[in-house]
Ligand binder design. Sequence first.
Ligand SMILES: [Zn+2]
Length: 441
Amino acid sequence: MQGQPIWLLTITDQAADDQDKQRVLMVGQEHGQERSASLALLELARWLVTPAAAGIRRSQSVGLMPIANPDSWEDLRFNNLNDVNLYADYSLEGEPTQPESQAIAHTLARLQPELFCSLHGTEFGWKYRMGESNGFSWTTSQFDRAHSRLFIEEINRAAETAGFPQDRGEEEAERILPWLPGHVYHSYYSGQRMTSCVHAYHRCHTLANTMEVHHPLSGLIRCIRMLELGMQPWRTEKVAGYPVRTMFQQDETFVAAYGQTAAERRASRVELWTHANQFLVARGVSEPVGLAVTAFSLDPNDFDRWRTMEIDAFLRQYGEEQGIDLTEIRAACQQYDRLQSIRCDQIKPVANPQGAPPIRAATKGLSLRLRLPGQATVQRIWLDGRTIRPSPRDGYESWHTPNNFTMLQFNIPPRAQSDQYQRHLIVAAYEAPRIDRGKLT
Ligand SMILES: [Zn+2]
């Protein structure tokens, strides 16, 4: 506002392929006097150019905006010169109102990062003892679909292992209550306005974290831990990355971003997330009996047509309308007498903030997942009525997760906009070992 620049520092290995880099954006000092946040990010910049960070530089592009509120740096002002809380200058529909928050929003829109972090803290004088925390300003409580609690707990532990005590929202539930009536976003000091973290999640399905940093060293340790987590497969995932790939779950069915590279997954993630309000999933209602049947649609009209149907009638109608032969699958369903009907569910329309026109196909690709119980063995897989083979590009993948599920992923490559690709039918025949219930004696 006073003509001072807001710097964005990007650290990455320029020799490594950008296509396979995840993107991170970390912002400090949206609140003017919270300069310990800036110091933590400057320490991080220094660490990121050391040999210890070579792997992170190769596989991630890390954007740092250490001083987001430069006009208030000297005066130790919480808000900006217009007396606006920059952290909470966001809303579901519109754009932020201030040049500083607009700079953050533009950078978020350009990068569509996998991880966004807003760092807060104290002035350097440390006049009061402040509890440090992670993911703590309740910024994700309403929008929490990205494993954030488990992710945040990893960061808590990293700081505590290094000797820095961390405050936890779960232990302070009474603090949430004053914000409840009418305050749907539960954002810190912000009433009905949204924070930058919620904005990042809402627009791009970004994993977002608000951190309170009292000690810059503690902030550094936590930032490094986050970047390390992005280097390994998350507990439900097969490939390394931040847990942002899955954006819709209905019981055992998931919609996930498609792609073999970070750039492909990012494009698919944002397209699917933006249109998540179109998603319908209709699935066979059953006990785990060895056959899973799920239909996916981008046509909201299918909800009333599919809401509850007898399974054979559904498959007959689906096959006729899509022009595919489902005789084999109908016969398979006969063997599973508990698989009698389908039930349809619709995602709540939280996404599509810009009112983008509906899509008639996933132009960036689509991955659909079935989660099977235990260490299941796949016997046969059908996509749109035909048997498919293992392939990360056009076929299926399966893996076991540490929490004792088997994940089956159907990878459907990018399609042109056409009614032909509006719907997909995934079917899996599998064998799941009986779970040993032990003895209750
Ligand atoms: Zn703050």
